[in-house]
Design a protein around this ligand. Structure first.
Ligand code: ZN
Length: 604
């Protein structure tokens, strides 16, 4: 996952004293130099070799991944005196002038500054004329998304009937802003973000080329901060090298950027995981005293918690983590000691803090609160283990009548409360075996008829929450556990007051993500929907006077629900209250255990 870290001096430029920035000096000149874009390179080379070069290309991808470089290389490949060739000579006059962007027949147009209809009209008139010395007249339009609608229309006319001697290469970071009419007339190539390892490799070559030295940690740090952009990485490296010193170290970088050293983040995370709030606060105070940027620091903590989540889900072979290689074992052992729910809740705490930090005049307090809250998240584990606990601890003999609203736990069962709140001592099956038990036919029914059952749904839902990403997972976790609704359908409800969370989760893309997660976990197609709690009065015990039959049915359902072991135990252990019984819930009627949750209104 790419981190978006803005780094200064994004666009290569020549400084006043004739110094050419690294990103420009080390700009790739051959297809083979385009790091991390092998599929694109292969396709372009094939097109050239088989003489099937399209008349318009669209290069899309994040900034600094090589789109413009690829456009220039393609232009050289087509126009080189020895071409068309997949290996332009880089020596002829044409290759050399294209490389610096000054060729008469290869026109580079910046869509951001030439976005009007007049500029495009000019192109339209000029395409009629043959190239002055090369095979093709090539237009490279950078940031084509910035063109005005009128300009796009004018461009379209040209694209519909292009003269044979004209090629267009468009580059854009945001393909969704390009009109479909234009898209359909281009061959599109998607440039991938470049992996940290590939960037490090390239940076090492650059450092060697500059006769400098750099620690591996330092280069890794630069590459990680660039978030997949080779140009950003080289720009940052450029700045860092210009600060002098014979050898670039990660300490220097952290010092210059005001970021915390990886070891410091690790130490702090360890303090939090070990629930040592005192030490966590000390470490934060120490860092703040040394001029650490608190916003950057929070970002680093977020990255760290994201790593915990990834490694928890993907295991030791997880890719693309933000921590350096050498810290992975520690990260892995921390992840092992935490439940996924706790990690997700931690991400929630950190991202909420990030939102609050903006414009706050007391950032340090907010960060301290976040650290302390992270250290107290253990309580959540008892919730996530509850279902297992219930399965293990409750048998049919406990069946009896629970009378009244049932909010108060009876003293007799109190001792079990303390057992539940020490989740580390509760024997739970390891993560792996839980997964297996969920997907085996015993719990899901025979392969041809693998239904989610009320018994398996709690566990399944936690896995779904783990798969849909931290944001959606955290919002969905505010809702009740889903009810099975029809043969292959799940439905969830949010408690009253959670409208914004519900609306977020209801977005079609998010529904699709949940359905995809259900499919990948169960191997079955499930439809998923979120019910709007239209009639809030039903969720209260007070019912309309004249609705006698409804009321008696509701009473009966309540009594049945109260006799469910899960509900009884939730009431005992969590001092929960039975709020509502839904007809669709079958064997798993709902209680409302989330006492600690804040409704929307309290989140600024
Ligand atoms: Zn050439």
């Amino acid at each position: 996952m790419a981190k978006k870290k803005a780094s200064p001096a994004a666009e290569p430029a020549v400084a006043a004293e004739g110094y050419t920035v690294l990103a420009r000096r080390y700009r790739p000149q051959q297809f083979a130099d385009l790091v991390g874009q092998e599929p694109v390179v292969q396709a372009l080379a094939n097109a050239i070799e088989t003489n099937r070069v399209a008349h318009a290309y669209l290069f899309t991808g994040a900034r600094g991944v090589g789109k413009t470089s690829a456009a220039r290389i393609l232009a050289k490949a087509l126009n080189c005196v020895q071409g068309p060739t997949t290996k332009p000579c880089d020596e002829c006059e044409i290759c050399r002038s294209i490389a610096v962007g000054e060729d008469v027949d290869v026109l580079e147009i910046d869509g951001a500054s030439n976005r009007g209809i007049d500029e495009i009209r000019e192109i339209r008139q000029n395409v009629q004329y043959r190239p002055s010395r090369s095979r093709y007249k090539i237009y490279i339009v950078d940031e084509v998304r910035m063109l005005t609608p009128a300009a796009f229309n004018a461009l379209l006319k040209t694209l519909e009937e292009p003269p044979a001697h004209v090629k267009f290469i468009f580059a854009t970071t945001e393909v969704q802003k390009i009109p479909v009419t234009i898209l359909s007339r281009c061959q599109r190539f998607d440039f991938a973000g470049i992996s940290t390892a590939r960037i490090v490799q390239r940076l090492r070559e650059v450092v060697a080329g500059e006769n400098m030295e750099a620690d591996n940690d330092a280069l890794e740090l630069v590459a990680r901060r660039a978030g997949g952009s080779m140009r950003d990485a080289q720009s940052l490296l450029d700045q860092l090298l210009s600060f002098g010193g014979d050898r670039l170290t990660s300490e220097q970088i952290h010092h210059m950027l005001g970021t915390a050293h990886d070891d410091r983040i690790l130490a702090l995370a360890s303090a939090v995981v070990e629930r040592d709030a005192k030490r966590a606060l000390e470490l934060l105070g120490q860092a703040a005293g040394e001029g650490l940027q608190l916003g950057e620091f929070l970002d680093q903590m977020l990255d760290y918690w994201r790593d915990l989540m990834v490694i928890k889900c993907a295991g030791a072979e997880a890719q693309d983590l933000s921590v350096p290689e050498r810290q992975r074992p520690t990260l892995a052992s921390q992840a092992e000691g935490l439940s996924l729910d706790t990690i997700l809740a931690g991400l929630d705490v950190l991202s909420t803090t990030k939102a609050r930090l903006r414009g706050s005049s007391h950032p340090r307090v907010l960060l301290e609160m976040a650290l302390v809250r992270l250290g107290r998240l253990d309580n959540l584990e008892s919730l996530s283990n509850l279902a297992n606990l219930l399965k293990a601890g409750v048998s049919g003999k406990e069946r009896g009548t629970v009378a009244g609203q049932g909010g108060n736990a009876t003293p007799a069962v109190r001792p079990q409360v303390s057992a539940a709140s020490r989740p580390r001592e509760v024997a739970t099956p390891p993560e792996g075996s839980k997964k297996n038990s969920l997907t085996t036919p015993e719990t899901l029914g025979s392969p041809g008829n693998s239904q989610i059952t009320p018994d398996s749904i709690g566990q399944l839902w936690r896995e779904v929450l783990g798969q849909v990403g931290p944001m959606l997972g955290s919002e969905l976790s505010k809702a009740e556990i889903p009810a099975i609704f029809g043969p292959n359908a799940l439905v969830i409800r949010f408690p009253v007051g959670y409208n914004s969370k519900r609306e977020y989760c209801q977005q079609p893309a998010n529904i699709a993500r949940v359905e995809a997660a259900l499919r990948s976990i169960t191997g079955q197609n499930y439809s998923f929907r979120i019910e709007v709690l239209g009639d809030a009065s039903l969720s209260k015990v007070r019912l309309p006077e004249d609705a006698d039959s409804t009321q008696s049915r509701y009473r009966r359902q309540r009594t049945e629900a109260m006799n469910e072991p899960l509900v009884k135990r939730a009431i005992e252990v969590l001092e929960a209250q039975l709020v509502d019984v839904d007809e669709g819930f079958g064997g798993a009627p709902m209680a409302a255990p989330d006492k600690e949750e804040e409704p929307d209104s309290e989140e600024a």
